[in-house]
Every structure is written in C-alpha cells, then in structure tokens.
Design a protein around this ligand. Structure first.
Ligand code: GRF
Length: 202
C-alpha cells in the first residue's frame, strides 16, 4: 500500500516510521509527507528520505471543509491507500474522516479512553495514575475515540514531571507506531463494522 504521513511539527514519529519502513519486507511504502504548516521541520526529513512533500497551509482556506477537500484531492492525486496522522494538529471534518474510514490511523499519547485531548501527561500526573502510555487507533469523527489497534504502557515514576513522562511515552510511540502501521498496511488488522478485526495468528 501507498502510505501518506501527515504532520504539523517536528515529526519525530514520522522519522521513526520512515526508518522502520526502510527495512526489507515492511508491508507498505511511505510516498507522501504532508503538513498543514509549510514551515514544519519534518518536511525536510521526508524530502531527504525521498518522499513527495506537500504543505497545505490551513490559513489559506476559508474553513475546515475547504481545507479537507484540498487535503482529500492531494491524497487521491498521490493514489494514497493509507493515511497516518503523526503529530497532525488539525481536527478533521466528519465528511473527510468517513471518506477515509478504515484507512486512517492516529497515535495519541495516552492509554485511551483515558485522557483524551491535549496535555495528556499533565492529565495523567493530575489523576495520579501509575500506568500511562500511547494508543494507535483508527480515526473516527469523534476526537481521540476510534477503535484501538495497539497500545504501549509506561510506568509513572516518583518525581516525574510532564516532560519526563512525555519523553518516556514518546520513546514507546516510536516503537509502537511502526508496528501498528505494519499490522494495518499488511491487512493483519482491519476495521470492520466499527471494530478492529485481527487476522488469525496475529
Ligand atoms: C506526539 O506525542 C504524538 O503522540 C502526538 O503528537 C506528538 C508529537 O509527535 N500525536 P511528533 O514528534 O510530531 O511525531
């Protein structure tokens, strides 16, 4: 499958995905990196890795539907099969999400359904949980609420602040996301009637 990675900033998850996909036998090829911010540092990484890169500045569009229509057109122009959101900080419209149902993944820095939204590490510290982590899920119209493909857990350690916890989670994201993308792009995990179905033996 032809995979697009969408970013808004530094793109550390994208870098780990591109590294993993360079391994022989990785089921799928990252062919496009797209950002809603033209200045996103990650675009340079992607270009260096040989991907096509595009920037769709969301400020150039009158509203979300217009932005999403342009995004959809670019993805189709590159014959994309799977969309991977990696630090993509735009809320997508239900129409766009439905059009890519079962073909769009996101990674969220918490053990969903706990701690949806932003500042998840601060939320975890405030809640006093002892386990925290990250979640890869299919994207549905409701934010941070899609069917879960994979999760990784990390301990919350005494003395942790949000920065320390975020770093521990991010290291797991860099391991989890490539594995989860491979599961989906190989067909070993798929979305069926709103639930994740795994092929036998996964
Ligand atoms: C990560 O914490 C990820 O969970 C969230 O965006 C953050 C930035 O990731 N989706 P990246 O370094 O831009 O990949």
């Amino acid at each position: 499958p032809r995979i697009a990675v969408l970013i808004s900033g530094r793109g550390s998850n994208m870098v780990s995905l591109l590294r993993a996909s360079a391994a022989p036998g990785f089921p799928g090829r990252f062919v496009l990196a797209l950002s809603n911010r033209p200045e996103a540092a990650g675009l340079a990484h992607a270009a260096a890795a040989g991907l096509a890169t595009e920037a769709l500045d969301h400020r150039a569009f009158p509203d979300r539907p217009a932005f999403d229509a342009a995004l959809d057109a670019r993805l189709r122009a590159h014959a994309i099969d799977l969309v991977v959101l990696a630090g993509f900080m735009r809320v997508l419209t239900p129409g766009f999400v439905e059009a890519w149902a079962g073909r769009m993944l996101n990674i969220h820095p918490s053990l969903l359904p706990l701690f949806r939204g932003t500042h998840t590490h601060e939320q975890a510290l405030a809640a006093g949980v002892r386990l925290h982590g990250c979640t890869v899920h299919f994207v549905v119209p409701e934010l941070d609420a899609g069917p879960i493909v994979a999760q990784a857990a990390v301990p919350v350690l005494p003395g942790d602040d949000a920065e320390a916890l975020a770093a521990r989670v991010l290291a797991e994201e860099h391991r989890l996301y490539p594995a989860a993308v491979a599961l989906v792009s190989s067909g070993r995990a798929r979305l069926e009637d709103g639930r994740v179905v795994f092929a036998p033996g996964v």
